[in-house]
Design a protein around this ligand. Sequence first.
Ligand code: ZN
Length: 127
Amino acid sequence: MGNSMKGRWTYTFWKEVRVRLKGIWVEPSYYVTQILSGHGNFKEKLKSFGLVEEDKCKCGRKETTQHILEECDRWKEERAEFLKEKSSIHKYLISKEWFTNLVNFANKVMLKKEEEDLLEEDREDSD
Ligand SMILES: [Zn+2]
C-alpha cells in the first residue's frame, strides 16, 4: 500500500464497517473497535495527541493500526491463525467467520499490548 493510501484507509474501512455491522454480525469488541477505527492504543495515534514521544513499535517500525494488523513480527503467531496471506483489509468484512477471526485477533493482541505497556511503565517507575 502506498503512502497516499495510508491516511485514507482507516477512514474508508471504518465507514464500511459501520454500514456492514448494522444488525448482521457480532458486536465489535472494545479492542476490535480500536483496530477498525484506528483510534486506540497505537503509538502513532498517541503521539499525534502528544501523549507519547515515540511513535515506534517495539520492533522499531512505526506503530500504526495496519502495522499491528498486517506487518509486525511480534504478532506473527496470533496472526497466523487467520491471516495466511496479505490481502485487502476488506476481506474481514466479507463474512461473519472472517470478522470473528478479526475480533479474536484484536482481543488477543490488544490485550497483550496493554499488558506489555503496563509492565514497561512499572519498569520505568522503579528506575
Ligand atoms: Zn512492530
